[in-house]
Write a protein that binds this ligand. Structure first.
Ligand code: PLP
Length: 324
């Protein structure tokens, strides 16, 4: 396998912990959690692993400014802004949301890191990103564009490496890995890692915002392209990707009863915090699948905690998260 340039900055390996009280409460399989909410960069999360590879490329290109994109509570944008601060780069975030809102959650943190923010709407987002990049280029800022969620083939390598790390820890031999899947890079890396290791278990992505077919296609493409970077040329097809899109609820970043219940259960039984957008939804899916008997009682299920907890403190979620 080819060695790919990588800036080491995450706290690795992240711990793997059992969830005995939650497992007993649900009467289901043995649950474990991989603590990628503890990757160490500004409250951690899955983007840190991807950014280790992306930053190496940005530096090799002589970049002076990182430009990326997301929703107002984007964890990816928060981690990118923190990374830029740490490596003496400028950062511009193209965010869709209300420019007049009081900063809270991730948006407050983006400001601490000194990121410049360009406001846009969800519909105009991609165009605004391209324009912002173009202007930065013309102004000589040496911009490097990090696509949504750092879900490029290069970024996905962070999770191929994470998969390897998880197997090497040898804490548990899971039958299943369950992960929140949105822009697809995280699941793509895990799927590729599983394929390269000839792993016997299954990686199940709980879709956060995409129909199942689209997500499978995205993940398969990213995994295949990432394998080429490694000089391995694996062809992954949509049918090779296990995904479930039954838990899209009211749409992206819309907090519903199922997410609130998942957040409360993890907190009360394990003292573990999930986030409202990604891990809350993925855990809600996991809990529902357990209740439906999807997993065998003697199986081990490893849940990837991909981070996102600063969004718990976003003003927009306060009403729903407050106990009535
Ligand atoms: C971005 C993100 C995800 C989804 O990862 P993708 O690689 O975009 O699929 C999951 N959880 C959290 C907390 C995230 O910030």
């Amino acid at each position: 396998m080819k060695q790919i340039p990588r800036i080491r900055l995450a706290h690795l390996p992240t711990p793997i912990e059992p969830l005995p009280r939650l497992s007993a409460h649900l009467g289901g399989p043995r649950l474990w959690v991989k603590r990628d909410d503890q990757t160490g960069l500004a409250f951690g999360g899955n983007k840190t692993r991807k950014l280790e590879f992306v930053l190496a490329e940005a530096q090799a290109n002589g970049a002076q400014t990182l430009i990326t994109v997301g929703g107002v509570q984007s964890n990816h944008c928060r981690q990118t802004a923190a990374l830029a601060a740490r490596f003496n780069l400028d950062c511009i975030l193209v965010l869709n949301g209300d420019p007049n809102q009081a900063p809270s959650g991730n948006l407050l943190l983006d400001q601490f890191f000194g990121a410049d923010i360009v406001w846009t709407s969800r519909e105009q987002r991609e165009a605004a990103l391209q324009t912002t990049f173009q202007h930065a280029w013309e102004e000589g800022k040496r911009p490097y564009l990090v696509p949504l969620g750092a879900s490029t083939p290069l970024g996905a390598l962070g999770y191929a490496a994470a998969f390897e790390e998880c197997l090497q820890q040898d804490v548990v031999r899971p039958d299943w890995m369950v992960v929140a899947s949105s822009s697809g890079g995280t699941q793509a890396g895990l799927v590729l890692g599983a394929k390269l290791a000839n792993w016997g278990g299954k990686v199940l992505g709980i879709s956060i915002d995409q129909p199942v077919g689209e997500l499978q296609q995205t993940v398969a493409n990213l995994a295949s392209e990432a394998s080429i970077l490694l000089g391995e040329k694996q062809i992954l097809r949509p049918a090779d990707v296990l995904a479930n899109a039954d838990y899209l609820g009211g749409g992206y970043a819309v907090l519903g009863d199922a997410e609130v219940e998942a957040i409360r259960l993890f907190a009360r039984y394990e003292g573990l915090l999930l986030d409202p957008v990604y891990t809350g939804r993925a855990a809600a899916g996991l809990i529902d699948l357990i209740r439906k008997g999807f997993f065998k009682p003697d199986e081990s299920v490893l849940f990837w905690h991909t981070g996102g907890t600063p969004a718990l403190f976003a003003d927009g979620y306060r009403a729903q998260l407050t106990q009535s």
